[in-house]
Design a protein around this ligand. Structure first.
Ligand SMILES: [Zn+2]
Ligand SMILES: [Zn+2]
Length: 430
């Protein structure tokens, strides 16, 4: 069942943009919402049952009820937060060769990068894998727990906004994939054993994915503060909580999440171009130099990203080779290409393929973080493969460049405002 009738994705008259349209539905209204992708203000109806509510203009998903439950999300978030302690304190894995045993913890890779002269890489990885997961799940547990207890307070909006923003940067799930791929690469010639911390970490990564699957953020936002019941002429939307407010409030903090409200994010266009160009400049270094060099009994084996993919192919690990190639080569390249297309089309005030561009933007927002897999593979195995006189791994100069490409493309995607595509097209017709 469709909640909103399918309309032609290109409005016939561009003046229809930002006017607000009430969608016809038999379900009860749940309040006015501003689509974060195209800016269309609309009265959202309760999706009810197992259905999805879509934006009438860009067809983006505004809310889904299938498989979503606040209680399940709260339980998963609490379990992640509790398991993060043993996962960080206990040893993750160990290697025993000729009587010598090396154990690693999550933080060991961070220290490894630091000691090998890459403090910025150490800090970024330390934040993404250790600090931010604690913050993300700590804040989420506080908000969901408070809602569950029937509590209402102004701090809940900003706290939930931060927990949602940090979700993209909290990477236990991506780290687990990096560890699995590294494990598949070294297990044939090194006896690697998983320790209790490793099992706790696997549970953390799976529960992280389950929390994301169970949490319906729009339902949480409505419980923090109810939106307006009816649309009005000239409303603008909050980019964090999608609350629709009168246009006169532009420049003031959002009444629900306290983020400053803008019709279009100021300087977003220039910031996206600057971050994209910086990533493009580092791209050649990231893909030509080695990510790591393994030093095995005085013979050096440098691994670039593409060498790593080739080694996985030679070992007949086709699936892992495909995952690494997609995450490390295809995704960053596609993101740079698409962001360049979007910025050029805003500059040209193009009216072509706007719904397609909006859909592609939505797709690259979610997948960018998975490009960290290659960095985390090195972070796991740098301290583990440290057997003096026999084997050691040295981080290569592609590592900081590649990490910078991934982080810069994520920041460029975050700073981009997809509503500008619709706005630029509209301004051409005025
Ligand atoms: Zn939309
Ligand atoms: Zn807001």
């Amino acid at each position: 069942m469709r909640l909103f009738p399918r309309r032609h994705p290109h409005p016939r008259r561009w003046t229809e943009i930002f006017t607000g349209v009430e969608a016809a539905s038999v379900n009860p209204p749940t309040g006015v919402i501003a689509c974060p992708d195209c800016g269309a203000v609309q009265a959202l109806r309760s999706p009810g049952g197992h259905v999805i509510a879509r934006c009438f203009r860009c067809r983006g998903i505004l809310e889904r009820t299938a498989g979503r439950s606040l209680d399940a999300a709260a339980a998963c978030a609490l379990a992640v937060f509790a398991l993060l302690f043993p996962a960080n304190i206990l040893p993750l894995m160990r290697v025993s060769v000729a009587g010598a045993t090396t154990r690693t913890r999550i933080i060991s890779g961070v220290f490894g990068f630091w000691h090998q002269g890459w403090p910025v890489v150490a800090l970024v990885v330390g934040f993404e894998v250790v600090v931010i997961p604690f913050l993300r799940f700590g804040l989420l547990v506080v908000v969901l727990g408070a809602l569950r207890a029937g509590f209402q307070a102004p701090w809940m909006g900003p706290v939930f906004r931060w927990s949602q923003y940090l979700d993209e940067w909290a990477m236990p799930d991506v780290f687990l994939f990096g560890a699995v791929i590294g494990y598949a690469r070294v297990a044939p010639f090194l006896p690697v054993t998983i320790d209790p911390g490793g099992y706790c970490f696997i549970a953390v990564a799976i529960l992280t994915l389950m929390t994301r699957a169970a949490l319906e953020r729009r339902a949480v936002w409505r419980r923090i503060a109810a939106p307006a019941a009816r649309t009005q002429p000239d409303m603008i939307g909050c980019t964090a909580c999608d609350l629709a407010v009168p246009g006169a409030l532009e420049g003031t903090p959002c009444p629900r999440c306290r983020l400053r409200l803008w019709r279009l994010k100021p300087r977003a266009y220039a910031r996206t171009i600057a971050l994209t160009l910086a990533a493009v400049a580092l791209y050649p270094i990231a893909y030509t130099y080695p990510m790591e060099t393994s030093d095995r009994i005085s013979s050096l084996h440098p691994y670039s990203i593409l060498t790593g993919v080739r080694k996985l192919l030679h070992a007949h690990l086709w699936l892992f080779a495909a995952i690494v190639f997609t995450a490390s080569v295809l995704i960053p390249f596609t993101k740079l290409l698409l962001l360049s297309w979007f910025t050029v089309s805003i500059h040209m005030r193009s009216t072509r393929h706007i719904p397609l561009k909006t859909r592609l933007y939505r797709a690259i927002v979610g997948i960018g973080r998975w490009s960290h897999i290659d960095v985390f593979t090195v972070a796991v195995f740098l301290p583990l493969m440290h057997l003096p006189g026999f084997l050691r791994v040295i981080a290569g100069r592609a590592l900081p460049a590649y990490l910078a490409v991934v982080v810069l493309t994520m920041l460029a995607t975050d700073s981009f405002d997809p509503r500008a595509l619709w706005f630029a097209a509209q301004s051409r017709h005025e």
